[in-house]
Design a protein around this ligand. Structure first.
Ligand code: CUA
Length: 344
């Protein structure tokens, strides 16, 4: 292969790779696939602005490529110095005014969209969201519910998030439901999301926040009306403590090893005052994921987790960030999972 063709091949290969990775059949966090009115509002702004940007890109890059080809050096004998141009008033005024006009026009729908998506909706479900290294707490102050990683909402009704952080800066993002909102310690940032249809909408912390930033996921579970009422009712009814068998054994072990940090409503409510904020496990077994929503809620995964939490998910338990390895025996792990499975 002639050496001069290599850059072209490299370019074509890179383009093909980018094209291929840009397409995914299963893309649960596709911001270009809005699933609610807020995401749709943002999308309606994004699309025209994108095409304006494409037009600018094609014009500017086209002019650069045209100039590079048209005025290139034509062989070793081409030593003539091109005509030297200094200043062109008409051109300079033109390329100052035209971009300013484009930006001014784009600013009108941009500002309108920003104001619409930031406005507090009528009759929302209010949820206090707290980002923690490395999971999400969702508290429903009007319903007296605290849960983790799975944000349950009614479909077709706006949800008003009051977002803060317990430690460093995180950022809440459920791409199909709206844009991003930072979770900043000491501040409360409000944000509205809404899903048109019942379903599960994945999300992710989108501000780098340390070791397990990539493991700080979430899922928004949107219910139909009956499902929403049923979820609220179930969550407000704490599970009964087990009275016999392995689950009872696990219940006692939970008191010994876990209850200083993890609350279970109606069973273990006295976490130590200086314990790190930890997921409320009251209805753990009803969730589909745990540990920042990176593992499926299965017996196998729960056991693997209890065997060595920092080995399953990078954390720094010595700094109070995340769950330590408690050195549990297999029998203890079995009993604990028996108990956790009763938390319906
Ligand atoms: Cu939390 Cu990244």
């Amino acid at each position: 292969m002639p050496a001069r063709r290599r850059p072209l091949q490299l370019l074509a290969g890179t383009a093909a790779l980018l094209f291929a990775t840009g397409c995914a059949a299963d893309a649960p966090m596709d911001a270009l696939d809005p699933a609610g009115p807020y995401a749709q509002d943002i999308h309606n702004l994004f699309v025209p602005v994108f095409w304006v940007a494409v037009a600018v890109f094609v014009l500017v890059e086209g002019a650069i490529i045209f100039a590079a080809i048209r005025f290139r050096r034509r062989g070793p004998d081409d030593t003539a110095v091109p005509e030297q141009v200094h200043g062109n008033t008409r051109l300079e005024i033109g390329w100052t005014i035209v971009p300013a006009l484009i930006l001014a026009v784009i600013a009108v729908p941009t500002v309108a969209t920003v104001m619409r998506i930031n406005a507090q909706p009528d009759d929302p479900v209010v949820v206090n969201v707290t980002g923690v290294q490395w999971w999400w707490q969702f508290e429903y102050p009007d319903e007296g519910i605290v849960t983790a990683n799975e944000l349950h909402v009614p479909a077709g009704r706006p949800v008003w998030l009051r977002i803060t952080s317990d430690d460093v800066i995180h950022s809440f993002w459920a791409p199909r439901l709206s844009g991003k909102r930072d979770a900043v310690p000491g501040r409360v940032h409000t944000w509205a999301i809404e899903a048109d249809e019942p379903g599960r909408y994945k999300g992710q912390c989108t501000e780098y926040c340390g070791l397990s930033h990539a493991n700080m996921r979430l899922v928004v579970v949107a219910h139909d009306e009956a499902g929403w009422d049923a979820w609220l009712a179930a969550m407000q009814q704490p599970p009964d403590p087990p009275t016999a068998g392995g689950a009872r054994e696990g219940y006692e072990l939970f008191g010994q090893f876990c209850a200083s940090c993890h609350q279970v409503d109606g069973q273990w409510e006295e976490v130590l005052p200086d314990s790190p904020l930890s997921p409320n496990l009251t209805h753990l077994a009803t969730r589909e994921c745990f540990a920042g929503c990176i593992f499926d809620m299965t017996r196998v995964e729960l056991e693997a987790w209890l065997r060595d939490p920092p080995g399953r998910k990078p954390m720094a338990p010595d700094d109070g960030r995340g769950m330590p390895n408690l050195g549990l025996t297999e029998a203890q792990i079995d009993a604990l999972v028996d108990y956790l499975e009763t938390l319906q």
